[in-house]
Design a protein. Structure first.
Length: 354
């Protein structure tokens, strides 16, 4: 099997990883799709040795060295898929070298409306992107698709109005055209604080901060939002209301929050019921299914956001009424889109990163 053909096949399956695993007389090629491993084919050992050598050559690795593990990467352009980035690693095994390839497509990004089982839930957030200043926050566990949604919204903001978008990320999870992306590198002295100061000098309109993780980043985000920037960021909290408590714990002034906070989104990624077979898909099924996972979003904006903020400030019981994540999950189950409660360990990326 040729390397290019193998990559195309993996992309057609939306696979996140490829493995070439040597045995005594042959090698097994496997692809990881939605956390499960599928065997694509068995090839003779001499073919797999050639295949691995070819990949090593493309990745600039030492072809002659087979006894030590090696790492490499390939940037590749496919007319149908755009740019893809492959991260390769070899491992000497008892029989021969094993190869693992992580597949990171770089430019495919679905419009944000297509990320949700209930597209209307995200409409209000899409509208808020037109604002010239304020703070939009996204909460959810690792792998709930926060970063995917953020990139998709930024892409939308970029298309909608030609604004300067700068992101500060740790690490950069997806390389995007049209944004300036800065990677945090603490050993090299690029901290959130320094990075933030530098990006402000680059006259951004929209700023994405990978994560508000402490008091310092929280204050920076608020300051940027107060001084004429639209700021998007993520935060660890259990739901939209929890996010408000967390912000106050970071020592932010309630008045500043009231002035800047435009909305909070909490999310969960759900595995969809397969329309062809049920849930345990086979390879032909995976190729046919384009959408295998979608998000469910709880959105807190507008007057309801004001009400909940007041409840949080005055430590009152929560009476503000708005659809919660669980309401959407129940609805999605009733409508037959999903079967079980989504679990937080499901990966969020369409290619396997948080
Ligand atoms: Zn299926």
């Amino acid at each position: 099997m040729k390397s290019q053909k193998l990559i195309s096949k993996a992309l057609a399956l939306n696979a996140t990883d490829l493995h070439v695993i040597p045995k005594v007389k042959s090698s097994t090629i496997q692809a990881r799709v939605d956390h499960r491993l599928y065997t694509l084919e068995e090839i003779p050992l001499n073919q797999s040795t050639r295949l691995i050598s070819h990949f090593k050559f493309l990745a600039g690795m030492d072809i002659g060295e087979k006894r030590k593990p090696q790492n490499g990467s390939i940037h590749h352009y496919l007319p149908t898929q755009g740019n893809i980035h492959l991260r390769l690693s070899t491992l000497p095994s008892a029989y021969n070298e094993a190869l693992a390839i992580r597949i990171l497509p770089q430019s495919m990004m679905n419009p944000y409306e297509q990320l949700s089982i209930f597209p209307k839930s995200l409409d209000q957030i899409g509208q808020l992107l037109k604002r010239s200043q304020g703070l939009l926050l996204f909460v959810g566990p690792t792998g709930s698709g926060k970063t995917t949604l953020l990139y998709s919204l930024l892409q939308h903001a970029q298309r909608q109005s030609k604004r300067q978008i700068i992101t500060l990320e740790d690490p950069i999870e997806k390389r995007m055209d049209h944004f300036l992306q800065i990677e945090i590198n603490e050993p090299a002295g690029v901290t959130y604080l320094d990075g933030f100061k530098s990006i402000l000098r680059h006259d951004p309109d929209v700023i994405m901060i990978g994560e508000i993780r402490d008091e310092a980043t929280a204050h920076l985000a608020i300051r940027a939002a107060l001084t004429g920037h639209l700021v998007l960021s993520t935060l660890h909290a259990k739901d939209t209301t929890g996010c408000l408590y967390r912000l106050l714990e970071f020592g932010l002034k309630f008045e500043d929050l009231k002035q800047t906070l435009l909305g909070v989104v909490s999310q969960q990624l759900c595995e969809l019921v397969c329309p062809y077979c049920g849930t345990e898909c086979t390879i032909p099924c995976l190729v046919r299914r384009t959408n295998r996972r979608m998000g469910i979003y709880e959105v807190l904006v507008g007057e309801t956001l004001g009400e909940v903020m007041e409840e949080v400030q005055l430590k009152k019981d929560h009476k503000a009424n708005f659809p919660k994540l669980n309401d959407y999950i129940v609805r999605a189950e009733a409508m037959g889109f999903i079967t079980t409660q989504p679990s937080s360990d499901r990966i969020g990326w369409n290619y396997g990163e948080a």
